[in-house]
Design a protein around this ligand. Structure first.
Ligand SMILES: NC(=O)c1ccc[n+]([C@@H]2O[C@H](COP(=O)([O-])OP(=O)(O)OC[C@H]3O[C@@H](n4cnc5c(N)ncnc54)[C@H](O)[C@@H]3O)[C@@H](O)[C@H]2O)c1
Length: 265
């Protein structure tokens, strides 16, 4: 299947983590023929490693640091990519995190954490999108894939604020898809289930590493909630994201695609 990536320029946020979804998406875009995959992350050193990996696959790449919660940094990052490559056809909004591990009801959490969680997952995604949109509108072509989360459909004590910030991503996807439906811009969302990346680091902070028996029990508990009987991988998320980023899905917009082993149906 020709995914029609020839001549395309992509920008992937959150592509620094060397075991994360962003890097897997950047590399798959390059493998599938995307000419250029620019990458951004709050951690420049890691983003540069991803850019090097893209170049090894024969694609063009540039790593630019930006904290997506800071509008000025985001604008400067997008300007740099546009100065070098003139356009951005594909935007994958991957940067995000869970910022709290309070195993307490929402009303007992620190309100400052609520704000930071929305600032990162929702407003950060919106900052990058806002900076990229004018060029897409001008050229009447653009594909945006946001990363949401399966947590929007599952109740779990302590991750409620994170889930709400990701539900807001689902709604942002639909709002933007509608608003841009006549400007040649498609917007979709991939909602991953749990996958072993750096994502869970904050949940483990300050805790002793689990004993082998505890780790086994945790894994078995998680597997028991996965109808397809396995935990997801970065490759699972990259496959779905790259599919939606391609022109093969040119008749698809405003959708939230759950990639979670059947844990959300
Ligand atoms: N791994 C999972 O289980 C899982 C499940 C559902 C959704 N997600 C979502 O997937 C996305 C990618 O996460 P991942 O699992 O690859 O985790 P990860 O921690 O491995 O990667 C996240 C990347 O985002 C970057 N980042 C964080 N804050 C940033 C900021 N303010 N500005 C710029 N970059 C920033 C980090 O430096 C890191 O490189 C996130 O939006 C996350 O919420 C992950």
């Amino acid at each position: 299947m020709d995914l029609c990536f020839k001549g395309k320029v992509a920008l992937v946020s959150g592509a620094g983590s060397q075991i994360g979804f962003g890097k897997a998406i950047a590399l798959l875009l390059a493998k599938e023929g995307c000419d250029t995959v620019a990458v951004t992350d709050v951690n420049l050193e890691d983003a540069e490693k991803t850019a090097d990996a893209v170049k090894k696959l024969g694609g063009g790449s540039l790593a630019v640091r930006a904290d997506i919660t800071r509008k000025a940094e985001v604008d400067a990052m997008v300007k740099k990519v546009l100065e070098k490559y003139s356009k951005i056809d594909i935007l994958c909004n991957v940067a995000g995190a869970i910022l709290h591990k309070d195993n307490v009801p929402l009303d007992q959490q620190d309100g400052e954490v609520w704000t930071r969680q929305m600032d990162l997952n929702l407003f950060g995604t919106m900052n990058v999108t806002r900076a990229v949109l004018p060029g897409m509108r001008e050229r009447k072509y653009g594909v945006i894939v946001n990363i949401g989360s399966g947590s929007t459909h599952q109740y779990s004590m302590g991750v409620g604020m994170y889930a709400m910030s990701k539900f807001a991503i689902d709604l942002f996807t639909k709002q933007l898809a509608t608003a841009e439906s006549r400007s040649g811009i498609r917007v979709n969302c991939v909602a991953p289930g749990p996958a072993p990346t750096n994502f869970g680091a904050v949940l483990r902070e300050g805790l002793p590493p689990p004993t082998p028996e505890q780790a086994k029990q945790m894994r078995e508990r998680m597997l028991s909630t996965m109808p397809l009987g396995r935990i997801g991988t970065a490759a699972d998320i990259a496959n779905a994201t790259v599919f939606l980023a391609s022109d093969v899905t040119s008749y698809v917009t405003g959708q939230v695609f759950h990639v979670s082993g059947g844990s959300v149906m």
